[in-house]
Ligand binder design. Structure first.
Ligand code: NDP
Length: 325
């Protein structure tokens, strides 16, 4: 038996319970793992509070991220005792996830834990940090350099936002952090933001082309904020879009793309091939500052994840929540 959060739906409605589960109930996989740390991403909070159709099979063990050690393996690349990280691949959505002491996973999904990190640090980073790195790499791939101008990060106090602020400033960019939490300005400056702006300045409908302000953007908000960010991006700039914290819609026009040569890059972390994951994690190991990681981290015990998920949904959280299993 092992402990796990189990989400279920029945005639009585939705239930989230921390309970004992029999190992024989685990889904098919070629590695049996011990999970040492997991984390709470926005998507996990949606699943735990049943706010959006994240879970597509019931019952479900949530937790899209995990880090720990291999217990048993039928996969050529993994042996007992190896340390691993998992991000996405539909785990916690269609396949039982990592808010549990044990998981049965596919060896093809796992990335080796970089030697620089322990499992807790890997989960402070989690999908948020790995996605922020994919966004930063997209900006670099499109040849935006620090000398080209300011980089805007939206949802800046969130997990992806905090990581993006830290990573971009370490690469020498001048980072402008947009936030709905003005009292967190000093936190954002400590992470490396040069300027903090009120997200309300980006939240309302605006003109299709506005004053050119950004060489690049990391957007976690979608909707009107993404539309305004594109409208304010300078000629030849790049916008990495990865989130929908404001909304799923995109009320924009083609003007920034056809008149200012702006590139809109979609970033999905869930189905990235293993080579891209390994490259992103190698870059995170090279570039992330351990003190910055601690600044972003809040530890959550396994039995307190529901309260923590509710605070994410209420928009009250900051940085990254790491769950000790
Ligand atoms: P968090 O909950 O940690 O952060 C979200 C942040 O968005 C909040 O802290 C807040 O920051 C801002 N925000 C909250 N409500 C609103 C609103 N109504 N309008 C505008 N901004 C708002 O989430 P994550 O950082 O984990 O994820 C951010 C987004 O990115 C989510 O939509 C998530 O689903 C998506 N995501 C996508 C991935 C992908 O693969 N494409 C991977 C990971 C995340 P502030 O107060 O500072 O403005």
């Amino acid at each position: 038996m092992f402990k796990a959060w189990v989400l279920s739906k029945s005639e009585d409605g939705f239930q989230a319970q921390l309970r004992d589960v029999d190992e024989r109930e685990l889904p098919e996989g070629d590695v049996l793992v011990q999970v040492q740390h997991s984390t709470l991403n926005y998507k996990d909070a949606l699943a735990l509070t049943n706010k959006a159709p994240v879970v597509r099979k019931w019952p479900m063990v949530p937790g899209i991220d995990g880090a720990g050690t291999i217990l048993e393996s039928r996969h050529a690349a993994w042996k007992p005792g190896d340390s691993w990280i998992l991000n996405g691949w539909g785990v916690g959505e269609t396949h039982w996830g990592c808010l549990a002491e044990r998981a049965s996973l596919k060896g093809d999904w796992l990335v080796p834990l970089p030697v620089r990190f322990d499992t807790r640090q890997a989960m402070i980073i989690g999908t948020a940090g790995y996605t922020a790195m994919l966004c930063v790499q997209a900006i670099a791939r499109h040849d935006v350099k620090p000398a080209d101008g300011d980089v805007l990060v939206t949802g800046a106090t969130g997990g992806v936002g905090s990581m993006a602020v830290s990573l971009l400033s370490r690469r020498g960019y001048r980072v402008v952090a947009a936030t709905g939490k003005p009292d967190e300005a000093s936190y954002l400056h400590e992470l490396g933001a040069s300027e903090v702006i009120d997200r309300a300045t980006l939240s309302a409908p605006g003109k299709p082309l506005q004053k050119e302000r950004w060489a690049a953007v990391v957007d976690t908000a979608g909707s009107q904020i993404l539309a305004n960010a594109c409208a304010q991006t300078q000629w030849g700039g790049v916008v990495s879009a990865c989130g929908l914290a404001q909304g799923m819609d995109f009320p924009s026009s083609v003007a920034p793309f056809i008149l200012r040569n702006v590139t809109l890059v979609g970033v999905d972390s869930v189905m990235q091939p293993l080579s891209a994951r390994r490259a992103a994690w190698a870059a995170l190991a090279d570039e992330l500052d351990a003190n910055q990681l601690e600044r972003m981290a809040r530890d959550v015990p396994l039995d307190k994840v529901l309260e923590a998920a509710a605070s994410i949904m209420a928009g009250q959280s900051r940085g990254r929540m790491v769950v000790t299993i």
